[in-house]
Design a protein around this ligand. Structure first.
Ligand SMILES: C[S@@+](CC[C@H](N)C(=O)[O-])C[C@H]1O[C@@H](n2cnc3c(N)ncnc32)[C@H](O)[C@@H]1O
Length: 334
């Protein structure tokens, strides 16, 4: 999954290549949070960074390129001389990672943040400069890289886990403020018809699986597949059931084979900022492969997303059950 329109990766690489930022010495490793594969270079990035990446497709890509990667770097035990924080889609998560980076650094170490101009980097820089003096910056390719040197006190840590009503939901997850309206509409179609071996593709923090288990007692097992590590951890808190299992999966490249009797899903339609409905189409194709003849898919999508052609290509019967509030609910049979 190549990064699209992410100029900050080029800008960051250039800042190291031009000596604006120091390379790591000997066996010393810097940490990279929300890590991504860096552009080809004479610098051996793989030897320079210990990477943290909780999004399965990016984590797999890092591993394939021989980066050392984990879903959570323990900065307090490694106390690195350098921490690079790359942007997530969530401002709060960016602040959390910058704070973790600062608090984990050795005295005198540097903390770098890199992001595209349009990704709100100015206001984040302002937030950082209210806590520490900006030591340097570098702009290139419509992106900014800035850094601070660790001096003095740690910053108060952000509270990472939030409670929203009866759910545990963390920053950076889909529908971090509570159940998504589309998912709520889909759940209103859950009943005792849904039975047997069930899967939830792109399960997030577990809303659909939780609703399903409340509305049908004919389910033998429910497999939650989700690419975001933290969301999956939250789902384990939200869906407490002996018949639920949790899988850190990239549905696009590692889809489970099943066979399942039913699959429910509210598929993703972007990885970055722009809409990429092909991801949703790939979820539909993966669901079709995991369902035997007669198996059913029940899904919701924004009403303007063009999934009909994909659906009718891989399912025998396709029916729209609802068109409401900007969402459509679709049931399809193999
Ligand atoms: C629209 S959200 C739905 C979440 C949850 N089912 C709900 O209804 O609240 C789509 C979910 O798919 C996950 N996702 C994105 N890309 C994925 C992939 N390649 N494989 C598995 N899950 C993915 C996202 O992290 C997100 O949690």
């Amino acid at each position: 999954m190549a990064a699209k329109n992410q100029n900050f990766l080029d800008a960051l690489a250039l800042a190291f290549e031009r000596g604006e930022l120091p390379l790591s010495k000997n066996d010393e490793r810097y940490a990279m949070l929300e890590a991504q594969v860096l552009p080809r270079s004479d610098i051996e990035w793989q030897n320079m960074f210990e990477c943290e990446q909780g999004f399965r497709p990016l984590s797999v890509e890092l591993t394939k390129k021989n980066y050392q990667t984990t879903h959570q770097v323990d900065l307090s035990s490694s106390s690195p001389n350098g921490v690079v924080v790359l942007p997530s889609r969530s401002r709060v998560l960016n602040e959390i990672n910058i704070t973790r980076g600062w608090n984990g650094l050795r005295e005198g170490g540097f903390l770098v943040f890199a992001a595209d101009n349009k990704a709100g980097v100015k206001s984040l820089r302002k937030w950082v400069s209210s806590k520490a003096e900006i030591s340097g910056d570098f702009s290139k390719h419509h992106a900014v890289v800035f850094w601070v040197l660790k001096k003095g006190e740690n910053w108060p840590p952000h509270i990472e886990q939030t409670e929203t009503g009866k759910y545990q939901i963390g920053p950076g997850m889909f529908s971090a403020d509570g159940p998504d309206a589309g998912s709520v509409l889909l759940a209103s179609y859950f009943d005792q018809r849904i039975r047997g071996k069930v899967a939830d593709f792109g399960a997030g923090w577990g809303y659909l699986a939780g609703e399903l288990l409340e509305k049908s007692d004919r389910i033998d097992s429910i497999d939650l597949h989700e690419a975001n590590w933290s969301a999956l951890e939250a789902a384990k808190q939200n869906v407490k059931s002996d018949i639920a299992t949790f899988h850190w999966t990239d549905i696009v490249t590692e889809a489970p084979r099943g066979p399942f009797d039913w699959i429910v899903m509210n598929p993703p339609f972007h990885t970055n900022r722009a809409a990429e409905p092909e991801i949703g189409s790939k979820f539909i194709e993966a669901a079709a492969k995991a369902l035997p003849q007669g198996g059913r898919l029940l899904m919701v999508a924004n009403r303007n997303l063009p999934y009909e052609r994909t659906l009718s290509g891989v399912f025998r019967k396709v029916a729209q059950l609802a068109d409401s509030g900007g969402f459509k609910v679709i049931e399809a049979m193999r």
